[in-house]
Design a protein around this ligand. Structure first.
Ligand code: NDP
Ligand code: MG
Length: 404
């Protein structure tokens, strides 16, 4: 008998949401779209409700009544829940088998953590949840028997290149018999790879969000332009694969064909290749340990002219250096870096600061903000308290910068 997975797509109106729903629409025999969430793009969410007929939907608290009326006027019997509590409610619902964690930023943390505590299968796109609360998340996954499968293409690639024993228990990565020497995260280098720092300094929002290979949401596109995205991914990889940051290298690979690699002690490098299309890692995680058709374009190897590998310039892309620094300093520092970066990216998108100011703001936040050291017993309240302090301080930094 084929079991149908009931899926909650949190962040359904975004870019990962789009790719996920395209696969789910093509595979109705395997997947039941049980719940969806949106935040600002509620017209799009309404269309998705008509198309997928979920049983539950989440919108901001202030929009619940109007959205519920709209659904009922269209003859749709869908329960509407509001706000962050509503997201947690859906993530922990006994009817939910799988949670696709595709909300952007710190807003995705509470529902992702709740899903882990409810022992769900979690398909994780929301890297910020691990950057803020890696240890807490991983502990919750272990304690409550949840399954955490990475959607981020690099982490999904590494997962696929690891032996089954490590896929099932990441702490096995330390067993010498498995011979894992290093992980290699590939990075595209973003739209400014071939441009000078000065050109990067002058970049408009449109130029910064125009990624050469991937089509993504605005925040992650800016993070790719500053390479903060690779910094966040480095921290994400440390938590997901239980390794210190010095076991994880970053290499720029502008073609985005190799999505990451595992280096073994015998000199082997195992890589996962594919077209730059998030449908591939999403389909992998949805169907793991089986395989389904993702609908992505197969790679045309005959059309590839060459694959390049370049060492990143840490002066131009200071955010990558800051991420290593924060990871070495501890969780309190990665929370500060994540919060400062979210505020700085929003300030860039709204025209208050320049693209290259983002790294300066992040560095200043890391240096100036005094927060308590967190140990492995820290909980979500400790994490959110640091996040709040860091946001407030970064807001002040930006005001100062914008008025200077
Ligand atoms: P988008 O901006 O395209 O989508 C974000 C989603 O989160 C939308 O559904 C949005 O709703 C929702 N959302 C935003 N703010 C809130 C909030 N405060 N509360 C509840 N929901 C909210 O982002 P992406 O899809 O690009 O990225 C999602 C996550 O996946 C990020 O963490 C990103 O780093 C990660 N990721 C993305 C990749 C990609 O290719 N796009 C690749 C790898 C990882 P609405 O649109 O209705 O406002
Ligand atoms: Mg990625």
């Amino acid at each position: 008998m084929v079991m149908t997975q009931r899926i909650a797509v949190l962040g359904a109106t975004g870019s990962i949401g789009d790719s996920t729903l395209a696969i789910l629409a093509a595979q109705p025999q395997h997947y039941d779209v049980y719940a969806l969430s949106g935040f600002r793009r509620l017209d799009k969410l309404f269309d998705l409700c008509q198309q997928f007929l979920p049983r539950r939907v989440n919108v901001p608290t202030a929009a619940v009544d109007e959205f519920a009326q709209r659904l009922s006027a269209a003859g749709l019997d869908i329960a509407v829940v509001g706000g962050a509590e509503g997201l947690v409610d859906i993530a922990t619902d006994s009817q939910t088998d799988t949670v696709v964690a595709a909300i952007v930023g710190a807003a995705g943390l509470p529902s992702t953590l709740a899903a882990a505590r409810a022992g769900k299968r979690i398909l994780l796109a929301n890297k910020e949840a691990l950057v803020m609360a890696g240890q807490v998340m991983i502990n919750a996954v272990k304690t409550h028997g949840a399954t955490l499968l990475p959607l981020d293409s690099e982490h999904n690639a590494i997962f696929q290149c690891l032996p089954l024993a490590i896929q099932q228990d990441h702490t096995q990565i330390h067993q010498p018999d498995h011979g894992v020497r290093k992980l290699w995260l590939t990075a595209s280098g973003g739209p400014f790879l071939q441009q000078s720092f000065e050109q990067m300094r002058q970049a408009s929002v449109a130029e910064a969000v125009k990624h050469p290979n991937w089509s993504m949401g605005q925040k992650i596109s800016v993070d790719s332009a500053t390479m903060m995205n690779k910094g966040l991914e480095l921290i994400e990889a440390c938590h997901l694969f239980d390794l210190p940051e010095d076991k994880i290298n970053v290499v720029i690979h502008p073609q985005s064909i190799i999505h990451s690699m595992v280096e073994y002690s015998d000199g082997s490098f195992l890589a996962q290749l594919g077209s730059p299309d998030m449908k591939t890692p999403i389909a992998h995680a949805l169907s793991y340990p089986n395989r389904i058709d993702s609908g992505s374009q197969p790679l045309d190897l005959y059309a590839l002219s060459g694959l390049e590998f370049i060492e990143p310039d840490l002066q131009k892309f200071a955010c990558l250096r800051l991420a290593r620094q924060a990871m070495q300093a501890g969780t309190q520092a990665t929370i500060v870096l994540n919060a400062a970066n979210e505020i700085a990216v929003a300030a860039f998108l709204s025209g208050q600061i320049r693209l290259t100011d983002i790294a300066d703001v992040n560095e200043q936040a890391l240096t100036e903000i005094q927060v308590p050291l967190l140990n492995e017993h820290a909980d979500i309240d400790d994490i959110l308290a640091i996040d709040k302090v860091a946001r407030r301080h970064t807001d002040a930094l930006i005001k100062k910068l914008a008025s200077s």
